[in-house]
Write a protein that binds this ligand. Structure first.
Ligand SMILES: [Zn+2]
Length: 101
C-alpha cells in the first residue's frame, strides 16, 4: 500500500492524493496548492490538530503522538526537523490513540 511520505496516510483514493493524482507521493493535507510539500512545522501542527480533534488528546500528548508517527517515516529520517526532536509517545500510547480514530 502506498502512503504519504510526510504523514503516512494511505493514498488509496485520488481525492486524498496531492493534486488528485494517484501517482503523487504525498497526500492533499501535506501538499501546497503549487504541488510542493508543506514545511515540517506545518505538517506537524496539522497532525497535532488532527489528534486533538480525533482522539481528545491534550496538546502535549498530541505532539508526542505526531512525533512518534512522523519520526517513523523515511522522509523525516532523511530530512530531520527540530520540531520532531522532542518527546515521543510510547508504542502503547500510540496504539491506544490509533484505536480511537
Ligand atoms: Zn500527508
Amino acid at each position: 500500500m502506498k502512503e504519504c511520505i510526510a504523514c503516512g496516510m494511505p493514498l488509496i483514493k485520488p481525492e486524498d492524493c496531492a493534486g488528485g493524482d494517484l501517482n503523487a507521493v504525498s497526500c492533499i493535507h501535506c501538499t501546497n496548492s503549487d504541488g510542493k510539500l508543506k514545511s515540517c512545522n506545518e505538517i506537524f501542527e496539522g497532525g497535532v490538530h488532527f489528534f486533538i480533534e480525533a482522539t481528545g488528546s491534550s496538546k502535549g500528548d498530541a505532539e508526542k503522538l505526531v512525533r512518534k508517527n512522523m519520526c517513523f517515516l523515511d522522509h523525516w529520517k532523511e530530512n530531520p526537523c527540530e520540531c520532531l526532536g522532542g518527546e515521543q509517545a510510547t508504542d502503547e500510547e500510540y496504539q491506544a490513540a490509533l484505536e480511537k480514530l
